[in-house]
Ligand binder design. Sequence first.
Ligand code: AVJ
Length: 328
Amino acid sequence: VHRDKQSTYIPPKRCIQENFYSDIIDGLSYNPKKLPSKYFYDEKGDQLFQQIMSMPEYYLTRCELDIFSNKTSELATGIISDSEQPFDLIELGAGDAMKSSFLLKYLVREDMDFRYIPIDISGNILSILNDNLRKDIPDLDIVPLEGEYFDMLEKANSLSKRKKIVLLLGSNIGNMERDEIHDFFKQLNAKLNKGDIIVIGFDLKKNPSIILNAYNDRTGITAAFNLNLLTRINRELGADFDLRQFQHYQNYDPISGACRSYLVSLKDQKVTFGNQTINFRENEPIEMEISQKFSLPEIEHFAQYAGFDTITKITDAQKWFVDAVWQV
Ligand code: AVJ
């Protein structure tokens, strides 16, 4: 990376870096400006997300952990129809696999013939996952893949023609806009075969204050998580964002279920990236992340629209979160 601001910026040769550069430049040339939240997860971003998951306000992980740790057999029964058949268990956005490890242990104990393929955009978290699982579940056959959901699903497809069980947990689906969710499920359905299973974790609509608080913590961890993307852009793309001049703002719309984060420019300012200059007006927001919340009928609608049958829906004790099991 060229740190000399006078020189023309030449993106590094690695493909992910080129995409990173063009995605950031594209996003900042939109009106309103937008930065893709999938880039939050560098090493520091992974650490901040681990901190978010242990905050008292961030109920999502605890709720889904309740499902995976206390309703493991119910979940396993939902995903395994024919115990004779070997399968691939593919997890999109696996992170540290904290929740899925309960299911993995259960399946290994039941002597199921399967391979675990965790997919994540962060190579850093995948290597942590790999180390932990090799220690915790030595008998598990694990093939980590670093990259984007569909690219790596394609790769997993080329590895074997076995039955597939795909996990998308933690309300990761909520990081997509409604239209993107429709397209995503349609595309996923098209890539799978009859009888394949998907398990999707959806965060449910609930008291709006509870949702807002989960993303608007007093300690500022979520703010730091958002601001860290600017630090990453500075470091990896040679930009000069002044972090003190951007403020995190979070908002929840209880009707649409969209919980959105923004970084607001605190003054008129310019940010440079090599030969590019981006202008910000005072109080201009950058759209950072959507964490969409859902109702049970909305979830059923997605399944029908994309051509899945609902096998079962498992909620936590508080009924704040649901893992839906769908079949092609
Ligand atoms: C990992 C995408 C599910 O949207 O709830 C947590 C990320 N952002 N706090 C979410 C996140 C702010 C999280 N997901």
